[in-house]
Design a binder for this molecule. Structure first.
Ligand code: ZN
Length: 186
């Protein structure tokens, strides 16, 4: 169990794709525990392995609020198997301290993954809930995609990054998802 250093935007591992987990070994379970310890230490809602410099397809989420008991959720080798609807809302990331910007997301997602015991599960998150958005945000980290790549307004995002002394948007990385754009224009 350990609180690990969270990499900041600009550091290489954040843009590297992560490898599948072949076996939920003791090493992976320790990684999960480190992710949880680090996420809670930073008061985050989610944390993905590449954010602590480990490029494996693992992330953790806890959307419980202050007066609720902790509710750690572990996702190993996650796959988003269904997505629909669209929403624009503000997001941040532990790798972008104190920077927030509006991003485009699906409203509803269904994800299939393994838990920390290697047991497979399917989870549905709806209505643009924090959980639905966090699943998309953390899942992206496993492919080297960051929330700013989904920004609703590039100029607003750039201004916010500059304000927090972070590197600017990489325009070539901005994602244009036709399905999502169509949903947003409805
Ligand atoms: Zn993040």
């Amino acid at each position: 169990m350990a609180v690990r250093k969270v990499l900041q935007y600009g550091e290489k591992s954040l843009r590297e794709p992560s490898k599948e987990v072949h076996k939920v070994s003791k090493k992976i379970q320790e990684l999960v525990q480190d992710l949880l310890d680090t996420m809670y230490a930073q008061n985050g809602v989610g944390l993905a392995a590449p954010q602590i410099g480990v490029n494996y397809r693992v992330f953790v989420i806890d959307v419980s609020t202050n007066n609720e008991p902790l509710n750690p959720m572990v996702f190993i080798n996650p796959k988003i198997i269904k997505k629909s609807g669209a929403i624009i809302s503000q997001e941040g990331c532990l790798s972008f301290p104190e920077a927030y910007t509006d991003v485009k997301r699906y409203k509803n997602v269904m994800v299939k993954a393994m838990d920390s015991h290697g047991k497979s599960f399917v989870l549905e998150a709806k209505d643009g809930s924090l959980l639905a958005r966090a699943i998309q945000h953390e899942n992206d980290h496993l492919d080297g995609i960051l929330f700013i790549d989904h920004c609703a307004n590039r100029f607003q995002a750039d201004e916010e990054l500059a304000k927090h002394h972070l590197p600017p948007i990489d325009p070539d990385r901005i994602i244009v998802d036709e399905v999502l754009e169509n949903e947003l224009s409805k």
